[in-house]
Design a protein around this ligand. Structure first.
Ligand SMILES: [Zn+2]
Length: 832
């Protein structure tokens, strides 16, 4: 994915470079990999491990190279002959191969990494135990084993692991433990290098079986009780999804057992390694969570399972088609979760949590087509792992299934799996499968929706006969056809759906009256549909009577789209929120709209303190009225805490006094209250340290960091900044928590110098971090609360600095766009 600064025996001055598409194609034309045999010894040191790789290849005659990024190399042999290890340069070992079969053996010392990639090693603060997991995606495999690291050189893997006693080991193949400390993983079907993983440590293990498939769950020992509490739900979801995917895809799960490992300090949500999926371990819930959060986890479980077919059984030939993996897994994940699990309302949660993520990404200057990003290397492709590749891509596939019919959609998918089983394919291969299944007009559909960036905007013109105006993005002209529904309210506050085909710049929709109109609230299409002024005016009266939860989520997406474009006033948003919080029954609403209100909207209200107080009282009142101990109550209580301006009230809640009846004051809720007190300056550092010492878990450390960084004093901001610039090293979650904690509204004078410091220190900060953390840190420490044109200009200039790493510049451009939009709202509605 990107350069790794670990020391290597590399004598060259040029940095390791990412593999380019042309290089990959040339290498794939030259050789087939027959097998990998890996022996990893994790017992030698806490900094490094031994890695012995035997690769068998069939080659045409020619020059190529092996990918290898070790700490040190002991020996390299080609067909038994020693190869000069000094030839290794910039992560590549040149190889001259004659025609025929060859064996390459590399004996190397590899680095344990701490950035969530390669073989990541961490220490659990709760009990000082060490844990390891492998994350090869997208290009970290060469820091674990010597390989030909590209997705279309698949081969079976046989893995042997020597691990400290008391550890368990899991991986892509079924694990056996023939003697103490020795683990043998069964030979796998052909895998791409980016799928290879080993999970090792004193993990707590739970096992089960379904339909002949061995199932497993694991998490670090300090989460054992929490994993046990969640195991039934996780296994049930897994069983239901297997049954449904088998029914839909007509191909059985092909990778043997299915282990789901919850691992520490994981950067992404999860990774679909065949047979051994890795998840971030905050998904093992150690405190009460909302149903919305459970739906999100269920969707992640289903998403990774969908990848076992789409991605793992059939893999993109190159990184430019990775969107297809993600769009497909995202769509199938939500669909299957809604259809066959207890979370039948998964589409509602998806509407609240994912729609704006995708639409906002699609309106950024960095927007890109869903497909055909033209990525020349893994790093470029990774920049596009955003709301477009996930949420928009999922929406487009949902539309496609609706247009061609589900039978044709699934028949095409089955054809695709049949033709490319254990191989690689492209988008055009899939379009070919759909065409064979009977789909028509796919080229036009792909041109409209997959190959062109940016969303259309759909606006109502209520004058005379109602008209829906379609405006494609000026920078990305397109001629799209939308098939969608309008929701129109009548005088009695009832809503009526109107089907509409939008295939011109102006589409007559008939008289609309004076009620509210929501364009595409059920998400049949993909477009920015801001609420028009009349709808904004009447929504607060209508929201309490909207019984369809998708319609309520759609109303919020219309308001949020209007706000994003500086067309809906902050005060109007709060007015709608107040009428809605009292009646919303789905906790995904408060859980996702709440943080947006707090971060973006409240600071720009005419009277922010008054707006926050009204929202606080509204949320608290709704929480008290909600069913005691319910998930809805929890989501409302979270909003009430985050908006509370009274230290006395927060302190009483910390004593478990006065909280809504049924609320469990668990670790997570305690830290929410402490974090709010910290932001108000109503606790000091020593109090937060004492709270950390009470229960020093991984969760506590992250929340302690966030709370400390929120304190309104310079020492706290310096504490955060040291984590940004790398003066203090910290685990990845704590780095981002420090950044997200430090920028607090109402601390403007204290924070003002950090705008210039961000510009001055960004390059140094980028150099201090590697892997995904580099971009995450740049985004987390961005001065989000410094709302001024000067900040916008400083950041715009900074983003032109070509010496900054591409992921950092990308995050900078996006964050600057967000800031620009906030400044526009402030200017339009009188707060600047
Ligand atoms: Zn995915």
């Amino acid at each position: 994915m990107r350069d790794h600064p670990s020391p290597t025996p590399d004598r060259s001055s040029c940095p390791p470079r990412g593999l380019g598409r042309a290089e990959a194609a040339a290498r794939a034309a030259l050789l087939d990999v027959v097998s990998y045999d890996l022996t990893l010894d994790l017992t030698t040191s806490v900094e490094t491990f031994d890695s012995l790789t035997r690769i068998v290849v069939d080659s045409r005659a020619g020059d190529t190279f092996l990918d290898l990024k070790p700490t040190a190399v002991r020996s390299i042999h080609l067909d038994g002959m020693s190869v000069d290890v000094e030839l290794l340069s910039a992560g590549r070992l040149p190889l001259a191969l004659t025609e025929g079969r060859h064996e390459i053996v590399v004996d190397a010392v590899m680095p344990f990494r701490t950035d969530g990639e390669g073989l990541h090693r961490s220490v659990d603060p709760a009990d000082e135990r060490h844990y390891v997991y492998g994350m090869c995606f997208m290009d970290a495999a060469p820091t674990i084993f010597a390989c030909f690291d590209q997705p279309d050189l698949k081969a079976p893997y046989t893995v042997h692991v020597r691990a400290p006693e008391g550890w368990i080991v899991r991986g892509n193949g079924q694990a056996e433990n023939p003697e103490a400390g020795l683990w043998e993983l069964a030979t796998t079907p052909p895998l791409s290098t980016y799928f290879v993983t080993v999970v090792a440590g004193p993990y707590h293990l739970v096992t089960d079986e379904h339909d002949g498939i061995p199932l497993g769950l694991s998490a670090r020992a300090s989460l054992a009780a929490d994993l046990d509490a969640d195991a039934d739900e996780l296994f049930t979801l897994t069983r239901q999804c297997f049954d449904e995917f088998h029914r839909l895809f007509g191909v059985r799960y092909p990778f043997g057992g299915y282990h789901q490992a919850f691992v520490p300090e994981f950067n992404a949500g999860a990774m679909e390694n065949p047979g051994c999926v890795t998840f971030r371990d905050p998904l093992v819930f150690s405190s009460a969570v909302t149903r919305g959060t459970r739906i999100k986890r269920a969707g992640t479980v289903a998403h990774e399972m969908a990848h076992q077919w789409f991605g793992n059984l059939v893999t993109p030939r190159w990184w430019d088609d990775l969107w297809l993996n993600e769009s497909f897994a995202e769509y199938m994940g939500v669909r299957v979760t809604a259809d066959v699990t207890e979370y039948h309302d998964a589409w509602v949660q998806n509407s609240y949590a994912r729609r704006q993520w995708g639409l906002v990404a699609d309106q950024r200057p960095t927007t890109h087509p869903v497909a055909g990003n033209g990525a020349d290397d893994a790093l470029t492709a990774l920049q596009d792992f955003d709301g477009i590749s996930y949420a928009k891509g999922s929406s487009i596939l949902k539309q496609l299934a609706a247009r061609m019919g589900d039978d044709v959609f699934l028949a095409g998918v089955r054809d695709h799996f049949d033709r490319h089983r254990f191989g690689n394919a492209t988008m055009h291969d899939l379009l070919g499968s759909w065409t064979r299944a009977g789909a028509v007009g796919l080229d036009a559909f792909a041109a409209q929706w997959l190959s062109t960036a940016g969303p259309d905007r759909l606006d109502l013109d209520r004058d005379g006969r109602g008209v829906l105006l379609r405006t494609p993005p000026a920078e990305h002209p397109a001629d799209r056809t939308h098939r969608l529904r309008l929701a129109v309210s009548d005088d009695g506050g009832h809503w009526h759906a109107h089907d509409l085909d939008v295939d011109a710049a102006r589409t007559e929709v008939g008289a609309l009256g004076d009620g509210a109109v929501l364009v595409d609230p059920w998400e049949d299409s993909w477009a920015v549909c801001p609420a028009d002024p009349r709808t904004v005016a009447v929504l607060p009266d209508l929201l309490p009577r909207m019984s369809d939860p998708m319609l309520r989520a759609g109303a919020w997406n219309a308001l949020r789209s209007g706000y994003h474009n500086a067309e809906v006033a902050p005060d109007d948003v709060v007015r709608a929120a107040l009428s809605w919080l009292a009646v919303e029954t789905h906790d995904a609403g408060p859980e996702t709209v709440g943080p947006w209100l707090l971060r973006d909207v409240l600071p720009l209200c005419t009277d922010p303190s008054d707006a926050a107080e009204r929202l606080h009282l509204g949320a608290l009142s709704a929480a008290r009225a909600a069913s005691p101990g319910s998930s809805l109550q929890l989501s409302l209580t979270q909003v009430a805490i985050a908006t509370c301006a009274s230290p006395d009230r927060l302190e009483s809640w910390l004593r478990a006094e006065g909280l809504p009846t049924g609320t469990d004051l668990d670790l997570e809720l305690r830290w929410r209250i402490l974090g709010r007190l910290a932001g108000l300056g109503a606790v000091d550092r020593s109090r937060l340290d004492t709270e950390l010492d009470r229960e020093p878990t991984g969760v506590s450390r992250v929340e302690h960091t966030r709370a400390v960084a929120s304190l309104p004093d310079l020492a706290a901001k310096e504490f955060a900044w040291e984590r940004f610039t790398g003066v203090t090293t910290a685990p990845n979650y704590e780095i981002t928590a420090a950044g997200l904690g430090m920028w607090r509204c109402g601390q403007d004078d204290l924070l003002a110098p950090f705008v210039e410091r961000y510009a001055a220190d960004l390059s140094r900060a980028a150099a201090a971090h590697s892997g995904w953390v580099q971009g995450d840190a740049a985004a987390a420490f961005f001065p989000t609360t410094a709302l001024s044109q000067t900040t916008v200009e400083t950041m715009t200039a900074l983003a032109t600095d070509a010496s900054l790493p591409a992921p950092v510049r990308r995050r900078l451009v996006d964050a600057t766009d967000q800031l620009t939009r906030q400044v526009a709202v402030a200017r339009r509605f009188g707060r600047s």
